[in-house]
Design a protein around this ligand. Structure first.
Ligand SMILES: Cc1cc2nc3c(=O)[nH]c(=O)nc-3n(C[C@H](O)[C@H](O)[C@H](O)COP(=O)(O)OP(=O)(O)OC[C@H]3O[C@@H](n4cnc5c(N)ncnc54)[C@H](O)[C@@H]3O)c2cc1C
Length: 361
């Protein structure tokens, strides 16, 4: 058995944020991450203005991620479109880039990071890894995001009766299309789902969808669904036509949108998607991951492992509004009649909703 004072499970945005802050404070810790190499996690890649504030507090310069800014949102439904300026500039970045920069920043601060180690179970106060090792840690930071670990899994009921899938395809657009999308994020609303589209720092456009299983089953395959949506929304259709024939379409199942951890447990700080899952239409999941990582590390610095229970309940209260508002917006956005509501999507209303779904540092 090995021991560490504080164990961080997962090196995504939440885990990296805790590691940066604990290393800065000189507090002993170990971060374990299952992947040996940083991949390009399935994500829309939109970092809101509030998330950029949190990144600044972690010492990350947004220009390292992408020097270009996103200032406008366009919302399409059927043949209708609404647009609005974002409250403040945001940016789009690939997860490969973001996760690489964050973990590198943690290591530069002196964080202890071990890669290629997968946690299999957290039971009876012990952490078991896939290679059979046992790690004892009085303080646990659960930052394993989309994946669950035995003993701390989010309830199956959180997925809902008609679970949601995430689907992502990268498009290398011709220069004229890339220029037309520069500075904007496009949201395409449709029955039981939405797609987001934005240019990223590597010159690719990220087309990322959240769609209910029943809707995907009707279309049969992700490629069929994209083709169908492209026919219904011609602006999207141009992008669907630009998808390379051999492009990979990535998917993840059972995203528990709307779920929040409302109870606390001494010694266990749950962060990011392990604390609450905001509908991705809001583009604030990474903001929650980073802000919760930063806040948990600060709570641990002052209150130690024993402060986790109270801190978790406080985080649940903080997340109630953004997750609740995003859930209500999502229900409207993925309803059949949403195109009829687009004329009422005044820029002031869009900006108000965009503000109400944010979390601060
Ligand atoms: C379709 C879709 C689109 C989205 N778009 C956006 C967007 O545009 N903007 C936004 O802000 N958010 C978006 N999100 C949400 C965002 O992706 C998540 O909220 C965010 O990644 C959560 O960060 P995290 O650090 O909690 O978890 P993750 O990013 O999932 O990171 C978890 C890390 O833990 C590691 N890990 C997992 N299990 C183990 C284990 N057992 N042992 C060791 N390591 C482990 C993983 O390898 C990973 O590195 C989107 C989500 C979806 C599904």
């Amino acid at each position: 058995m090995t021991a560490t004072r504080a164990l961080i499970v997962g090196g995504g945005p939440a885990g990296a944020a805790v590691a940066i802050e604990l290393a800065r404070a000189g507090l002993p810790h170990l971060l374990i991450e299952r992947s040996r190499e940083t991949g390009d996690a399935l994500c829309g890649g939109f970092l809101s203005w509030r998330t950029l504030d949190t990144l600044a507090r972690l010492g990350i310069d947004p220009d390292q991620l992408n020097p270009a800014r996103t200032t406008t949102v366009r919302i399409f439904a059927g043949s209708r479109v609404a647009h609005a300026a974002l409250p403040r500039p945001a940016l789009s970045v690939s997860r490969r880039r973001l996760d690489t920069v964050l973990l590198a920043a943690a290591v530069a601060q002196g964080a202890a990071v071990e890669r290629g180690v997968t946690v299999r179970a957290i039971e009876d106060g012990q952490v078991r890894t896939a290679d059979g090792a046992v790690i004892a840690a009085p303080a646990l930071f659960l930052a394993n995001g989309k994946s669950d670990v035995r003993g701390t899994a989010r309830p199956a009921s959180a997925r809902g009766a008609d679970p949601t899938l995430g689907i992502r395809v990268r498009i290398m657009p011709p220069p004229a299309m890339a220029r037309a999308l520069a500075g904007q994020i496009d949201l395409y609303l449709f029955d039981r789902g939405y797609a987001g589209l934005a240019m990223q720092e590597d010159g690719s456009a990220n087309l990322c969808m959240a769609v209910h299983r029943s809707r995907l089953q009707e279309a049969e395959t992700p490629a069929d669904l994209l083709a169908e949506l492209g026919r219904a929304m011609p602006v999207l259709g141009e992008w669907v036509a630009a998808i390379a024939p051999d492009a990979t379409i990535d998917a993840i199942a059972n995203v528990p949108y709307g779920w929040r951890q409302t109870t606390g447990q001494a010694g266990q700080y749950r962060l990011g998607d392990q604390a609450g899952v905001i509908p991705s239409l809001a583009g604030e999941g990474m903001g929650i991951a980073l802000a919760s990582g930063l806040a948990a590390a600060r709570a641990y610095r002052t209150d130690g492992a024993g402060g986790a229970a109270e801190w978790q309940q406080q985080l649940a209260r903080t997340l109630a509004r953004p997750i609740g508002v995003a859930g209500a917006v999502r229900r409207v956005a993925e309803s059949r009649g949403v195109a009829r509501l687009i004329p009422f999507a005044h820029p002031v209303l869009i900006r108000m909703l965009a503000q109400a779904t944010r979390i601060g540092a």
